[in-house]
Design a protein around this ligand. Structure first.
Ligand SMILES: [Zn+2]
Length: 196
């Protein structure tokens, strides 16, 4: 399927679904195999379902084979997920001795400024996009795991309907600050569903 979008007067087709803005040092998303998986990951989330209850977060990992330099993805084990949360297991790096775990990507099947109730009682989206408090905490907990302590630290990406957000582990500012959410956004623009 080919879709066409218009961004800043420029028409993009499906193959240019992730438009990375400079500066962007993580070239993994420039690879077609990764972009294809991200497109599918997004589709599997039913990101545009009119009833948000029909949407669901999906998760994958991006790895790079060290000898060949090739990127590939591995879908992680997800215990449960709904439209606002996903409970998933990080890969054990020991299981991929020839690869580097570059990133974890999970979807937020929502648009910027979209607000709806989550299944978890008393919770809702705040419309701000990007990684949630739980995402940031999860990333930092991951880094403290013994099997992750001394290796390359994978970054977290949040794949929303209209943007890809990067949680930059080097950014400590605001970690314990409220209210609620901190963003590092605008690394890549997810142009796929942008209205023309
Ligand atoms: Zn999240």
């Amino acid at each position: 399927m080919t879709t066409t979008t218009r961004v800043n007067g420029v028409v993009h087709v499906d193959s240019a679904c992730v438009q990375c803005l400079t500066p962007f040092s993580d070239s993994s998303m420039d690879h077609q195999v990764i972009r294809n998986r991200l497109m599918n990951l997004s589709d599997e989330s039913n990101p545009r379902a009119s009833n948000p209850d029909d949407r669901i977060e999906r998760v994958t990992a991006i790895l790079r084979d060290a000898p060949s330099g090739q990127f590939f993805t591995i879908d992680v084990t997800v215990d449960s997920a709904d439209q606002c949360r996903s409970y998933w297991h990080a890969l054990d790096p020991a299981g991929y001795p020839n690869a580097v775990i570059m990133a974890y990507v999970h979807t937020h099947p929502q648009y910027l400024n979209e607000r709806f109730r989550c299944k978890e009682p008393g919770t809702s989206t705040d419309g701000r996009g990007g990684g949630s408090d739980l995402d940031w905490r999860g990333m930092r907990s991951l880094y403290r795991l013994p099997q992750y302590r001394d290796i390359f630290k994978p970054v977290f990406y949040v794949l929303a309907n209209d943007f890809v957000y990067k949680l930059d582990p080097s950014k400590k500012r605001g970690v314990d600050r409220r209210p609620i959410l901190r963003w590092d956004k605008g690394v890549c623009k997810w142009v796929r569903f942008v209205a023309t």
